[in-house]
Ligand binder design. Structure first.
Ligand SMILES: Cc1cc2nc3c(=O)[nH]c(=O)nc-3n(C[C@H](O)[C@H](O)[C@H](O)COP(=O)(O)OP(=O)(O)OC[C@H]3O[C@@H](n4cnc5c(N)ncnc54)[C@H](O)[C@@H]3O)c2cc1C
Ligand code: SF4
Length: 329
């Protein structure tokens, strides 16, 4: 057991100040990921600044979007009337993850910042991991890679991001509201998480002592037919092998608007911009959906243990778009 300080913040400014005052401090949301990692001594903060008393509000914005407080619980978001009616893929993505008990305590901010489920990352004693110990090497490469990345990986790290919620947010062009010692800023969700490159330990663009205060669902992404489909090894309590968050607007049999993001395939939620570009203006049929998937997956570089993810992602993209367009796959 490693000793650490604990302090509870009542406001964002207070949380930032408390974190600045203490060496190696981390913010604490529901603790469902961070505390597990502390038990395994993968994370070793010397202080925890509890931010669960910060904004839990879910409120419509003046321009018709929706702002989710950083400390809002995953369950509260999934059950919120406006989320269910106007952004149904968000509710579906959250409900596809973890368990009811975990969703009751996990927060909006903590969900985005949960860490990878790469088993070598958790094996502190026996495995080399560049994310845990930069420069050490990566034992996943050449190892057991069923759950690892097929897009955007690097020779340093082939891990995937495990949040379902973040994949839905990527498809919706959600915005992450951030506050830090230098003030506030807004970061598009698609730019918030990083690809591994040669620094897989740096997972987001957050700077020292910056806090996520909220996530904004833009008005322009509302009311589109949308859904979230997750393929996993078990029907519940399992992370995605591949997931697809999609929103589709079809007019006169042609695709007028398409938003697609993939989960389980990369170090960050993967916005499928090539698939979207291939779809818009074309027919809404299965051949077009498969061609769009091929356009995105042409860049896939699977490992020995996860080549199955390429055809799986292809079929899941086509099936999800088919469901939204009313075209059975
Ligand atoms: C058994 C199990 C199964 C799971 N299955 C799934 C699944 O299928 N799909 C899925 O998406 N997730 C799954 N999860 C993960 C779960 O969603 C996350 O553990 C949870 O969302 C993390 O939220 P939290 O509030 O508990 O974060 P914490 O554990 O408190 O924190 C996580 C990280 O966020 C940081 N943090 C917290 N709040 C802030 C803030 N406001 N600003 C800046 N940094 C902050 C912390 O410092 C920490 O680094 C599972 C978890 C478990 C234990
Ligand atoms: S894939 Fe990434 S997280 Fe997994 S062992 Fe390699 S460096 Fe570590």
């Amino acid at each position: 057991m490693l000793a650490f300080d604990y302090v509870r913040a009542e406001a964002a400014e207070d949380a930032i100040l408390q974190a600045e005052r203490r060496a190696e401090a981390k913010f604490l949301g529901g603790g469902t990921n961070l505390v597990d990692l502390m038990r395994e001594t993968i994370e070793r903060p010397r202080a925890l600044v509890d931010v669960t008393a910060l904004s839990t509000e879910i409120a419509e914005t003046p321009d018709g979007g929706l702002l989710l407080g950083g400390a809002a619980k995953n369950t509260a978001v999934a059950e919120h009337r406006v989320v269910r009616e106007r952004y149904p893929l968000v509710a579906r993505a959250i409900l596809a993850g973890a368990s009811a008990q975990i969703r009751n305590v996990a927060t909006v901010a903590g969900n985005l910042l949960q860490r990878t489920r790469c088993s070598y990352f958790y094996d502190d004693e026996g495995s080399r991991c560049n994310k845990r110990a930069p420069g050490q090497g990566c034992d996943a490469i050449g190892g057991f890679t069923r759950i690892h990345a097929i897009l955007g990986a690097s020779p340093s790290c082939v891990a995937t991001h495990s949040s379902d919620f973040a994949v839905a947010l990527a498809a919706l062009d959600a915005l992450v509201h951030v506050q830090g010692p230098e003030g506030t800023r807004v970061v598009p969700l698609v730019d918030f998480h990083r690809l591994p490159d040669d620094r897989p330990d740096v997972e987001t663009v957050l700077r020292a002592h910056e806090l996520i205060t909220g996530v904004e669902l833009p008005a322009r992404s509302a009311d589109l037919p949308s859904t979230y489909r997750k393929v996993r090894d078990r029907a519940s309590y399992a992370f995605a092998l591949v997931s697809v968050a999609a929103a589709l607007r079809v007019e006169d049999g042609r695709v007028a608007e398409a938003r697609i993001a993939l989960g389980g395939v990369a170090h960050k939620p993967w916005r499928a911009a090539k698939a979207e570009a291939a779809l818009v203006g074309g027919p809404a049929n299965e051949a077009a959906f498969l061609a769009a998937a091929d356009a995105e997956l042409a860049d896939a570089r699977p490992l020995e243990g996860n080549a199955f993810k390429v055809p799986l992602a292809r079929r899941t993209i086509a099936a999800t778009l088919g469901e939204l367009a009313g075209v059975p796959a």
